[in-house]
Design a protein around this ligand. Structure first.
Ligand code: AMP
Ligand code: ZN
Ligand code: FE
Ligand code: FE
Length: 280
């Protein structure tokens, strides 16, 4: 089976609606796809209805913004109960913090560019989790940069004078919340160089002991050597190893199905998760 466990829609910073992501997944020949918008499950219902129509199996998920040892890390959760009060409250807190952070970044950018908050709102889906990609899209619309990636290269990069951090839960606390909500916590792109230091062996050991279920090993932000390192760490600490595209529609070069997850790993995720994979 062709299984891709990491995608984004306009519920966060993808460029396609949840139904369009499902249609793109079917067109890419995927059998199973996960929708994992940043800090929200608002795309689940639309994605579920479209997936059933299209004959694609849907893994309902989310990508939670977290912090660990001074850096920003992302935690994927699969098949958790979406209305678990504590997990939902934390996700909503992050979404609110992302909103004020984006406004502060726009304030800083507006000192040098003709950018307003309304320009960013125009690029952001209704009730979407706002992120730097929406600011990037506004800068593209103004002709400041040619595309999202160019905006991320300098203006929006961590370390840029326009960059502002936002609140996010401690990774170990987020792992606890995901487990309480019946989800399967998998660390997203743990060796991506733009996020700061790659996750170390000692950290993986500690996180595995705290309930982490898996590592996203096969991801385009990892070098071949990094994928081998992470695969070995997953094996050593008895963690699942996933592969995914991190598709954002037209917003990123990532193509659906460019990395895949094995059938056995999906079975293990489904056994550990509270919800079922939606199959038509
Ligand atoms: P933020 O969530 O606000 O910190 O913004 C970072 C997010 O932008 C990452 O999680 C990526 O998923 C997303 N992103 C979308 N398009 C790009 C791009 N072209 N380059 C880098 N990051 C991108
Ligand atoms: Zn994203
Ligand atoms: Fe991510
Ligand atoms: Fe992502």
């Amino acid at each position: 089976m062709r299984i891709d466990l990491h995608t984004h829609s306009v519920a966060s910073d993808g460029t396609e609606t949840p139904a369009e992501v499902m249609a793109a997944a079917a067109a890419a020949g995927l059998d199973v796809v996960a929708l994992t918008d940043h800090d929200t499950t608002r795309g689940w219902d639309e994605a579920g209805a479209a997936a059933q129509r299209l004959g694609v199996a849907l893994v309902r998920g989310v990508e939670l913004s977290c912090r660990h040892a001074g850096r920003s890390l992302h935690l994927l959760s699969y098949l958790h109960v979406p209305d678990h009060p504590a997990l939902l409250a934390e996700a909503e807190r992050v979404r609110a913090a992302r909103q004020s952070r984006a406004r502060r970044m726009v304030d800083l950018l507006s000192e040098d560019f003709d950018l307003t908050w309304a320009d960013v709102e125009e690029q952001t889906g209704a009730d979407a989790t706002v992120g730097r990609p929406h600011i990037a899209d506004a800068l593209v619309a103004l002709g400041v940069v040619p595309d999202r990636s160019a905006a991320f290269d300098e203006l929006l990069a961590a370390g840029s004078r326009y960059w502002v951090p936002h609140h996010a839960p401690e990774l170990v606390d987020a792992i606890d919340l995901v487990r309480q909500a019946g989800g399967v916590p998998v660390l997203a792109h743990p060796g991506a160089p733009t996020r700061g230091r790659a996750v170390t062996e000692a950290e993986v050991a500690q996180l595995a002991a705290r309930g982490l279920a898996g590592l996203e090993v096969w991801h385009r932000d990892h070098t071949d050597a990094e994928q081998l390192r992470l695969e070995a760490l997953a094996e050593r600490f008895e963690l699942l190893a996933t592969g995914s595209s991190d598709y954002h529609g037209a917003g990123k070069p990532n193509r659906l199905g460019e990395n895949l997850t094995s059938d056995d790993t999906l079975t293990a995720i489904e056994e550990a998760g509270r919800l079922e994979v939606l199959r038509s």
